[in-house]
Design a protein around this ligand. Structure first.
Ligand SMILES: Nc1nc2c(ncn2[C@@H]2O[C@H](COP(=O)(O)OP(=O)(O)O)[C@@H](O)[C@H]2O)c(=O)[nH]1
Ligand SMILES: [Mg+2]
Length: 312
């Protein structure tokens, strides 16, 4: 089994490859030179780290280089890692169990962002963790969506409550909450639709789901998480802002970090919105959804070989 650090490292390969290739193997440099700092700057922009973060990282590296012309490649990577860690302070979202009744997690986001897949993967992870989990298939808009979650539930042996195609999504949420309560479930994970006729319609439907859950338990949904596609890079900031204003978000799930060259974007998203990142999608397998870890992410980005706990 791959360690989690390896998953981050492999998953972020396309983003980090740019960083490592363009810098001529920054880590292997015995001595830094001005052109390799420029190359690193370019690579950070290319990976979508954004102006603010790139300037902070490069600024600190340049100032260290001014003081020490013999600066070693590894020392440079360590400076980068330190700055990035500082920028990401507070960005790790953690799910805490509800005081009573099931902890309700509601996944929202635009079509194709990875909600349904995330619901299934998360259900699997939590169940493997010893929790009693129930999935709610509240994307009743597309027949295929309910089917898709049922297939996952079947494959992973997870309990699911689903409604008829075209039925009221909030009614499915109600049934699912009742079932979760009566079966003494620890976690209820709610999938929702991403594409409806209009944005207003989507927000109304989501708000209704939220209201129905809130009537059962004033604290529910305990976590409303926006699922965003990592390939969108910083373009997802606007999307997140709209969902946050209309619906109210507790945090983010960033999917498809495997295979994107824009793995730096989550830093800009966090800086801009200050919404914690709960999970990251690093592949299509159930175990490829991982809690977001700042040290793993940062070390993977800067090619620091060891995970923070010495594992790789
Ligand atoms: N490579 C990769 N693919 C993913 C990830 N998460 C979701 N996908 C894929 O993205 C596509 C859309 O996912 P889906 O869950 O149906 O999105 P939804 O419309 O938001 O429910 C599917 O083909 C998923 O397999 C991920 O972390 N990595
Ligand atoms: Mg879906």
């Amino acid at each position: 089994m791959l360690s989690i650090f390896r998953k981050f490292k492999d998953g972020l390969a396309r983003s980090t490859r740019g960083l490592i290739d363009k810098t001529g193997g920054l880590l292997r440099l015995k001595k830094l030179d001005a052109s390799s700092i420029d190359a690193l700057e370019e690579a950070l922009y290319a990976a979508d780290f954004g102006v603010e973060t790139t300037e902070e990282i490069i600024g600190e590296i340049r100032s260290a280089y001014r003081k020490d012309r013999d600066l070693h490649g590894r020392a440079v990577a360590e400076i980068g890692a330190r700055v990035l860690t500082r920028v990401l302070e507070g960005s790790e979202g953690v799910i805490r169990d509800a005081e009573t009744g099931p902890t309700v997690l509601c996944m929202v986001g635009v079509n194709g962002s990875g909600k349904t897949t995330t619901v299934a993967k998360l259900g699997y992870d939590l169940r493997e963790d010893g929790q009693k989990v129930l999935l709610a298939a509240c994307d009743t808009f597309r027949a295929a969506a309910t089917e898709q979650l049922k297939v996952w539930a079947d494959r992973l042996d997870l309990d699911i409550v689903a409604g008829q195609h075209g039925s009221d999504a909030a009614a499915v949420a109600f049934d699912a909450w009742q079932a979760a309560k009566s079966r003494n479930c620890d976690m209820l994970i709610v999938d929702t639709a991403g594409r409806l006729h209009t944005k207003t319609h989507l927000m109304e439907e989501l708000t209704k789901i939220k209201r129905v859950l809130g009537k059962q338990d004033p604290a529910a949904p305990h976590y409303s998480l926006l699922v965003v596609d990592g390939n969108l890079g910083t373009n997802s900031i606007e999307q997140a802002r709209v969902f946050n204003q209309s619906f109210g978000l507790d945090g983010l799930v960033v999917t498809k970090l495997d295979g994107t060259s824009r793995g730096g974007a989550l830093v800009g998203i966090y800086r801009e919105l200050k919404l914690p990142i709960f999970f990251t999608g690093l592949g299509e397998q159930p175990e490829d959804l991982q809690p977001f870890s700042v040290p793993y992410y940062v070390n993977a980005i800067f090619g620091l070989d060891d995970g923070p706990d010495g594992k790789n």
